[in-house]
Ligand binder design. Sequence first.
Ligand code: NI
Length: 387
Amino acid sequence: MSTVDRLRPLHDAMIEWRRDFHAHPETAYEEHRTSERIATLLAGWGIEVHRGLGGTGVIGSLCTGDGPSLGLRADMDALHIHEVAEVAHRSRTPGKMHACGHDGHCAMLLGAARHLAETRDFRGTVRFIFQPAEENEAGALRMIEDGLFDRFPVDSVYGLHNWPDAPEGVIGVRAGPVMASFDVFEAVVVGRGAHAAMPHLGIDPIHVAAQIVAAWQGVVARAVDPLESAVVSVTQFHAGDTWNVIPDRAMLRGTARAFRAEVRGDLEHRLRRLGEGICAAAGASLDWTYDRRYPATVNHARETEVARRVAADLLGAERVIAEMPPSMGSEDFAFMLQARPGCYLRLGTGNGGGNCLLHNAAYDFNDRVLPIGAAYWVALVESEMPA
Ligand code: NI
């Protein structure tokens, strides 16, 4: 019997867990109900449970004897989005929803945990890691700072994300950078307000900020090696309150992303220098804040090959995209990959079944892939930790 078929008896249970999480979304560090349900389920299957790392984090340890140890990670948090889908399991919490499929990630890892706790056909220790706050708030880093890998050692760690862009049930994998670093900046241009009819009596911060926005786009086009990847997006431009007054300040906010640390550092340096230079030329000044959030997510070569081989054995080589295109999105699993060797891969959910893209108010995880994701975790454990 194939590993996917072995997981099919748990499909209904996984759907129930997934839709329960979906109906009760919780955002960063507030995953109390979600973590409670996960901990209760794990403990009920005889898995040793530890709670409290990173606030709401849950770790389940399943040991069958001396051998390697493997970390499998799912994220629990939802997003600040108001759900528009009219499904029976739609969010019961206005303004919050599982629009990134983390409900499905939890259900798949729970399915794998239940199966492995029953069959125990491996030798070593599996750590089921349920982390808080993947979206923006670095829950993975907080778990690591709370001693995740010191208290619950693993030889390697693996993560998985659903991917509606890829066909249903296809796994995408790639060595090296797969997700970009993620930084945010805020630039306040401080000029001097004036009557709109007499601009020469002030220093117009809107005019200055507009030049900065335009100049920043030249950083990626002219200062970054064309063979490297980087993106700078200004996503907020706030200034003024009325038609006939030049305000005294304008605020820009946005995000800068790259795959390589050198490029990341270069972006930070050049954005600031351009902003300050343009302000100085206009007689304005710049209040600058740059916040480094997530590093790039970089897969390790050996573990990527393991993940690729396990996926190909599970689904057939034709169902594995071995050179999955990377994304300029970001992922806090990056911190785990800085601490331990591992691999982060994508599981295609397709665009059928009313599915749309991640972080969309109409998004709903495709339940048909639940046995595939759970089977991937089981196959990975049984392959890497033979009994
Ligand atoms: Ni996500």
